[in-house]
Design a protein around this ligand. Structure first.
Ligand code: MSP
Length: 492
């Protein structure tokens, strides 16, 4: 089975922050899960380097724009290191392969492209045209200033795709998720689509339009194309098709319209396979307020990871709020999650069970599961099946919830069965209890590994599972000895 997942490609006008890390970690969790589950995965991320916004930032920094792009793009590549991304490709829109790919896509859409002149408002910060009726006090709905633009431009016949798009959403109810976002897009398209200006002529930091000197592509045309460039467009069209039909684009809610309206229209026009799903996530505030440089509350991924450790941060981001909703990042909430969910619930469970197994010299063969052990054993075997369903819906919060139900059930089981008492006179029972608990810990390890890769690996090491995948979840623990455990989340 194939699986493809993408992050938005990031504008390089500023430093990476937690919003960028969030989308990237989400995509990484999906990619890792599918790899464990035996899929062939393509996971791409990268940087969006053209457009007025980047050109102006380079100018403000008094730097050559390509040099500026090289330096800033590297910061996003480095971010991938701090947050342990397992991407297969990091794409930059200034690369030769991408220029060729965007120009090829343009040619394939040519039947829907015509030349005219554009006049209207533009928000450089959002890299977006703003309809007259949406401009209030010289500002776009996002609060960004707008400027008047008048120039010769190529247009894409988006209006011709209104019915086709509505049919697409109708026939594929899961094309846009979550459902509340889908409804927003549907009503936007129903309200009528205008043709889209897709080139700029008063400005040159972009991909040249084939045979049209003086015109460069509107940055969003080039940006969206990154997804197929990364899959090998235009040379490898069969790979593009087979991956796109299994592809989930993870995007923030404010860029959903580009992905769920413009992008499928471009692809339909060019005759290229559409992605499977566009998943829009929400936004983080910081300590109760919108993140902003002037307030000084921007959550910096590198610093946060240095202070709290990477796995706790990755866990927090997907446990604190349901993926798709907005939420607030606060250090107190993060600290609470670390001490309750990670150290107390998960860390203690693993430590006390495996230390006990050590103490008795390993698990022995002579056990029978009784009615007490069976439910835990079965819940453990069922966890992966449950996670598959949740992860296919990008319900990362639900997945963590399901894993923690097993953590709690296992902790309760230790308390109820009191292995330290069984050790005195019932060796068979003790083995059954500890084996059921090890089954639980193994399932938990597989479940959390995509979210917390280092912690997952430690659990695999404790249970001699390194290099194993979900397929081996059903192997037997008979006659196993394990290396000594150590605390997963030590308290300072
Ligand atoms: N370059 C475009 C995307 C092109 S994709 C073909 C872009 N870049 S961006 O750098 O401005 O934003 C990238 C992502 O970061 C967006 O999906 C956005 O939702 C996300 N976030 C930015 N701030 C955020 C928060 N405060 N919280 C969560 N995500 C946020 O848009």
């Amino acid at each position: 089975m194939k699986f493809c997942v993408t992050t938005p490609i990031y504008y390089i006008n500023g430093e990476p922050h937690i919003g960028h890390a969030y989308a990237s970690i989400a995509a990484d969790i999906l990619a890792r899960f599918k790899r464990f589950d035996g899929h062939e995965v393509h996971f791409s991320t990268g940087t969006d380097e053209h457009g007025i916004k980047v050109a102006r930032s380079a100018e403000a920094a008094a730097m050559d724009v390509q040099k500026f792009s090289d330096i800033m793009s590297q910061k996003f590549r480095d971010l991938g290191g701090y947050i342990n991304l397992s991407q297969d490709d990091f794409i930059r829109t200034t690369e030769e392969r991408h220029i060729l790919s965007s120009q090829t896509l343009w040619r394939q859409m040519e039947k829907d492209i015509y030349k005219d002149s554009y006049s209207g408002w533009y928000s450089a910060r959002d890299e977006e045209y703003v309809p007259e009726e949406d401009v209030v006090d010289g500002k776009a709905p996002s609060g960004a200033p707008v400027e008047w633009m008048e120039e010769e431009s190529y247009f894409f016949r988006l209006s011709a795709y209104q019915d086709k798009l509505l049919e697409l959403y109708e026939k594929n109810p899961d094309f846009i998720a979550p459902v509340s976002r889908r409804n927003e897009v549907v009503s936007f398209v129903k309200s009528g689509l205008r043709d889209l200006s897709i080139s700029r002529s008063k400005f040159d930091w972009g991909i040249p339009i084939p045979d049209a000197p003086g015109h460069v592509m509107y940055v969003w045309v080039d940006a969206l194309t990154n997804y197929i460039t990364s899959l090998g467009f235009p040379e490898n069209i069969s790979r593009v098709s087979e991956m796109m039909e299994n592809c989930v684009h993870v995007v923030g809610k404010e860029i959903l319209r580009f992905h769920a309206v413009y992008w499928p229209a471009f692809l339909m026009s060019a005759g290229i396979t559409l992605p499977k799903r566009i998943f829009a996530h929400g936004w983080w505030t910081s300590e109760g307020q919108k993140m902003s440089k002037s307030i000084g509350n921007v959550v910096e991924p590198q610093k946060t990871v240095e202070k709290y450790g990477l796995d706790p941060v990755r866990y927090f981001l997907f446990r604190e709020i349901r993926f798709g909703e907005d939420g607030d990042f606060s250090e107190k909430a993060l600290q609470r999650r670390i001490s309750y969910d990670l150290a107390n619930d998960l860390g203690n469970l693993v430590q006390r069970v495996l230390a006990f197994v050590q103490k008795i010299g390993g698990l022995r063969a002579n056990y029978d599961f009784g009615t007490d052990e069976r439910p835990l054993f079965e819940d453990s075997r069922n966890l992966v099946k449950k996670l598959r369903i949740l992860v296919d819906k990008q319900d990362l919060y639900g997945a963590l919830e399901a894993i923690w139900q097993l953590v709690s059930a296992s902790n309760r089981f230790v308390n109820d069965m009191k292995p330290w008492e069984l050790a005195k006179d019932d060796e068979n029972r003790l083995n059954a209890v500890l084996t059921a608990l090890c089954e639980g810990i193994r399932a938990i390890g597989f479940g959390i590994a995509p979210f917390m890769p280092d912690t997952g690996r430690k659990i695999f090491d404790f249970l001699n599972l390194e290099g194993k995948s979900f397929g081996e979840i059903e192997t037997n623990f008979m006659d196993q000895t394990f290396p000594p455990p150590f605390p997963l989340f030590p308290k300072e």
